[in-house]
Design a protein around this ligand. Structure first.
Ligand code: CTP
Ligand code: MG
Length: 393
């Protein structure tokens, strides 16, 4: 027996992991089967070492004691001096007895825990230890029974059983050390848990609240349940994103007016790099902003001479390429133009068709005047306001 360098704790936790796991039917003994990247034993030890300071005695299959020690040292961190590994026996009870013989002399309380209850949280260990420290001799974590229970004989129901009188027993089960030693020394029969053995020896067992996560991995379905509980939560569905864009151009350009992707013969042209199409430029800004790709200046600046005389379809098609390359689909765009002229009423549908085709998404166009107010009201220029929605793919 090693002598620890740190003060001897009052508590020892025996983790029984020596079973073969017949009902699970895996290739390895149950405690050494992987749940995720880690084994059943390793997960069980995470809960153990996160709980109250204690000597930890791991009872492993004889041929696995080395593996158990490796796992324990990985899980123990700064508590590695508190770890002991011993070989188990043919039954759970024999395995617990083997663990008990390795408990340090000064330990007052012993908890016995099934490694197979791999996801038991530290809080259960704490509750059991607190109940022992408060004076209980033996403490059993339990959960209420949820199912309606029947007593049966063969395939016939004999009678209903009042489930208020029942509880499902879990581990870790905690005992005053002398009481557990005595119960094991005088054990006359094999019991499936330690509380039953101690009760058979005349002890009083108190209960504390167990935990749903302390279920025992017995079958393949239990292992699957543990895997699901440990699986990282699916990332939240990516939300759609909106962007806003505006543009203003003054009248007084060369040639004919280009606005909303249409040529307007007889109307005064707008100033501007390219054709001064404020509607198209507002749309570009809105879509780029929705995708977080900067603004029109980032992608169509004066250093891009190919866009100097370009019309709306060239701008919108390139915007679509940029946004799709960044992993978004364009949902839709709504754009409003404020201008006295041109009159949009008769060509609104035409504008929507051209803009939608170039962008690859529905573009709704509306137009309004501003009651003679502002530069649009005095006819100095036009303003356009766009909102775009993009969806991460
Ligand atoms: N156990 C043990 N030594 C044994 C039998 C069981 O240490 N000889 C341990 C198991 O490793 C497990 C706990 O006791 O952590 C509860 O036992 P159980 O769930 O029955 O595990 P197995 O006996 O391994 O499974 P099976 O009964 O399906 O073979
Ligand atoms: Mg068993």
């Amino acid at each position: 027996m090693t002598t620890p360098l740190i003060p001897v704790p009052r508590v020892a936790i025996i983790v029984v992991a020596a079973g073969s796991g017949v009902r699970l039917g895996a290739d390895a003994p149950k405690a050494f089967v992987g749940i995720d990247a880690h084994t059943v034993l390793r997960h069980a030890l995470e809960g153990v070492f996160a709980g109250p300071a204690a000597q930890v005695v791991i009872v492993a299959p004889t041929e696995r004691t080395g593996d158990a020690l490796t796992e324990a040292h990985e899980a123990a961190g700064r508590r590695r001096d508190l770890v002991t590994v011993v070989a188990g026996g043919a039954t759970r009870q024999e395995s617990v007895a083997a663990g008990l013989s390795a408990v340090w002399p000064d330990v007052e309380f012993v908890l016995v825990h099934d490694a197979a209850r791999a996801l038991t949280p530290a809080s259960v260990f704490t509750r059991v230890v607190e109940a022992l420290e408060a004076g209980q001799d033996a403490v059993l974590p339990v959960l209420p029974v949820i199912d309606t229970i029947k007593r049966v004989s063969g395939d016939a129901v004999v009678e209903p059983v009042d489930r208020a009188e029942l509880a499902a027993a879990q581990t870790p089960q905690g005992f005053r050390r002398r009481m557990l030693d005595h119960a094991y020394a005088s054990a006359a029969a094999d019991h499936t848990d330690d509380a039953a053995l101690v009760q058979a020896a005349g002890g009083h067992i108190a209960t504390v609240r167990g935990d749903e996560r302390a279920f025992k991995i017995t079958t393949a379905a239990d292992l699957e349940r543990a895997r699901l509980l440990l699986a990282p939560a699916a990332p939240a569905a990516a939300l759609p994103r909106v962007g806003v864009g505006t543009d203003v151009h003054a009248f007084g350009g060369e040639g004919t007016l280009w606005l909303a992707g249409l040529e307007w013969p007889g109307e005064q042209a707008l100033h501007g790099h390219s054709d001064g199409d404020a509607v198209a430029h507002a749309i570009v800004d809105a879509v780029l902003a929705a995708a977080g790709l900067g603004d029109i200046g980032t992608h169509f600046g004066t250093d891009r001479p190919e866009f100097a005389g370009a019309h709306a379809p060239a701008f919108l098609a390139h915007t679509r390429t940029l946004v799709e390359a960044a992993g978004f689909a364009i949902g839709n765009v709504s754009v409003q133009v404020q201008a006295n002229r041109p009159r949009f009423a008769s060509r609104r549908g035409e504008a929507e068709t051209v803009l939608s085709a170039a962008l690859g998404a529905p573009v709704a166009v509306s137009a309004t005047t501003t009651d003679g107010l502002g530069f649009t009201g005095t006819g100095e220029g036009v303003a356009a306001y766009a909102v775009a929605l993009v969806v991460p793919r």
